[in-house]
Design a protein around this ligand. Sequence first.
Ligand SMILES: *Cc1c(COP(=O)(O)O)cnc(C)c1O
Length: 369
Amino acid sequence: MRVPFLNFDAQHQPLKSQFLKAFEDFIDSNYYVLGNKVKEFEKAYAKFHSIAYCAGVASGLDAIYLALKVLNIGKNDEVIVPSNTYIATVLAVSYVQAKPVFVEPEWITYNIDPQKIEEKITTRTKAIIPVHLYGQAANMIEIMKIANKYHLWVIEDNAQAHGALHHQQMTATFGHINATSFYPSKNLGALGDAGAITTASEHFYEQVKMYRNYGSKVRYYNEVIGYNSRLDELQAALLLIKLQHLQTWNQERNQLAQRYIQNLKNVSEIILPQTLPNNTHVYHLFVIRCVKRNELMEFLKKNEIDTLIHYPIPPHLQKAYQHLNFKKGDFPIAEQLADEMLSLPLYPGLSNEQIDYVCEKIQAFYYEK
Ligand SMILES: *Cc1c(COP(=O)(O)O)cnc(C)c1O
């Protein structure tokens, strides 16, 4: 049996005729940038979150970057980010020339540890970017308390947690401007690059719309040095179709995750993902911590099971950030996670048989040698 890490057929094949119709309508619309589909999707995505505003942009990285821009964060400012995140969170901070300040995660959720944030706050700190890693919310209640106490902005990076709940409230609605990505592999993915911000503030919403479009509100009148970072009209049309299925897909992800957990709960060499009582997990990724990670990965590969590591090198040890002068040992939790984490295949359309096969092989690796 072959188990690819990711496959879109179960999501896309049933929607293909709707996609093709959307493409035809798109051609006929004669309106190819920032048209009605972008507006429609923005409305629908905001409504899905019960938040006032959504503005589509070109990617998740741009969404974080434009949020920082609109919040006027720049040179000499510091921004708190998790020490274990996808590099995009950190790159956005670098783009505005601010300094990323890393904070270690909690062991249980792998999300930024609120108890370690205050000690990193200085007079230069302007914002916190919590990341809802793998599909479970960071502790937004505590993070917002700290942000309010020190008058900091909060930008949620919700790229991995579309539809996740935290105390019955959806992620991407706690922070001041929140960023998300619709990169194809995300829980809600476009068929290309796409991203968005969500916010309760009309002002920030208008500002992002201005910045994404050359800094102009009225055509050919430029108020700020803006960018070209617009949500593509065709991607918006496809996202609008896919958004209707997000909840169902998330439920399916959860069922598959529960099957993994059931099958693997007695394997003592593995630490399974844990969901806190006030969270729902949308399992963007199903990540286990394990002993002999690299050997397990290789063994599974030999059995035609693809796995990935999210992420093998924490940002502070990346070559791109060597100028920050961090060394191995500076963020031991992030570093240990990078050595122990392994993402198993999990996506709508993955079968129970495939999951059972993966679990069988994991048990064989630990117990049949
Ligand atoms: C995917 C991702 C991003 C970046 O999104 P792009 O659309 O690829 O730019 C940012 N942060 C996190 C946590 C992500 O997983």
